[in-house]
Ligand binder design. Sequence first.
Ligand code: CUK
Ligand code: CUA
Length: 662
Amino acid sequence: MMKKFLTIALVIALVAIGIAACGGEEETPTPAPVSVEGGLPASAMEIAAARGLTPDDIAAALKTYTPSGKVDEYLLFMSGGHSGNVIVAGIPSMRILKNIAVFTPESWQGYGFGSRESEQILDAGNVNGVKIRMGDTHHPALSETNGDYDGEYLFINDKTHARVAVVDLRDFETKQIVKDPLLISAHGSTFVTPNTEYVVQASQYNTPLGWEYAPISEYKEKYRGTITFWKFDRAKGRILPEESFAVEIPPYWQDLCDAGKLASDGWAFCNSFNSELYTGGVTEGNPPFEAGVSQRDMDYLHIINWKRAEEVIKAGKYETLKGMKLIRIPAAAAEGVLYLAPEPKSPHGVDVSPDGKYIVVAGKLDPHVTVYSIDKIKQAIADKKWTTDDYGIPVLDFDAVMHAQVELGLGPLHTQFDDQGYAYTSLFLDSAIARWKLGGDDPSAYALVEKTPVQYNVGHIAAAEGDTVNPDGKYLVALNKWAVDRFAPIGPLLPQNIQLLDISSGQMKVIYDMPMGIGEPHYAQIIKTDKIKAWDVYPEVGWDPIAQAPSKYATKAGEERVVRNGNQVEIFMTSIRSRLTPDHIEIKKGDHVIWHITNIETAKDATHGFQLGGYNISLSIEPGETTTFEFDAVNDGVFAFYCTEFCSALHLEMMGYMFVQP
Ligand code: CUK
Ligand code: CUA
């Protein structure tokens, strides 16, 4: 079947080339068609034989090879783990396109190396006066309209510091970092509500709220978590902390969340895994955390009615703690904001089906996925079918809300969906992807269909548009934690192995291995490339990418100048192929220097970099951008600065001197 398909495809392709060649002004002889009878051309078969490629390898190559100049059908946005960034790659080629700097300074993009704009963004993420310059990104979330990715913004969390960043997909740059004032760290983030009203974030390793002190012996009374709803203003492209709110929750370790959609719009769901309230203390003779938090057979799915929470906030039934509106547990329980439902057993990952009707919780220590029904949850709430936990929160009756369970294998973690009614769940311990049937209303129709091995220890998976109301199927990416023996030796620190699977039909197949040597991606989302409307160059020369508006420091050609005011020196510089103007900067030791550079280019890709030795300055100035950096001239001497992008044949001439007189 495949051979026949290839034969036909090659014939069509060769005929097309022939026709195109004939369409020109000159009469070009049609190339003689390569014989493809019975398979690939002889030359291709020779290459395959010489390289030891199997028919499956050849099919994988044909499915992923992307000819020079061709653009990928999808874009993959991956978190970069504790590298603190976001990685963008194309699908199916898996070519890396960008490593977006978010929480960690990155010198290629001039992020956190002097540019005032990026330093201000990073400083907003400082914690209690401590300068923070790293993070642990886990869950990217593309902005959504009606539950579908709209390609406008990307959100990403930092687990270490309970921070959320906003990336504007017009220029793929980080615009904002917000720090949660109540939590020191948070894992279950970021997840957006269907129209990006809110960016959802849940705590994990709970502590006293507001970064206060309390001994671990007071864990049950004083330690708390929150589920935070960061309000997003799409027009401004910013999270509005003053319009955000948090719901206080018990110190169970919350894990992952997902926002409801369609049938479950207005709700959010977060799993958890330490209903034991275990507090560790191995050196005091207690079992380690790994044993202590896994004693009970059931933990709690947190079910939050965020539309109800909005009403509770409007009615003023909240406290304000460190500037954050906080609905305390008693109010959340009494007002119908917060419910719990039992879930087996230390689960990991909760994912809402495309129609919003079903909520899938993966077992981790239980070989099943457990499927809850939003209709049954609503019914159980209406019927008050609940007991309460020690904090007075309604715990819905498990049998009343559980819809189906499917045994998949060992270590189920994360679930995605396709357009054929299948769900896909990663099996960490089995190192496999399970494909299973979402049975709709009929619990007996839920069933495992097949499993495909991946290497090794798969965490998250991402299917094409796979957590929207309208998944595409086609491709699935497995983000595997270990590479072990897959690649050439590079020392003891190995990459993760990101694998691309073809899920379009028949059996799922791995078609590409992509070692990720930049960080440890946890989660990813896959969006159709044509949904991204990124700018080629900034809309006007002299653009401030933070305000996304013309900059007041924009400098036109011929208006370059150096302005001295006491010991403050302000420089207005332009860059264009192949010069920086002015190229002599005369200052004195002790001066405070404010330096603006405008890239006055309008041509696509005509970026100029800028580095100044001895002062830790590295900038990337894209066409039209105006950027600013400032520093105190603490050392005298002669310093060279230059353009770091090889922008023209005279790029090496694109330099200048800064003279700092003693
Ligand atoms: S977690 Cu990493 S494999 Cu942070 Cu989403 Cu599940
Ligand atoms: Cu500009 Cu090199």
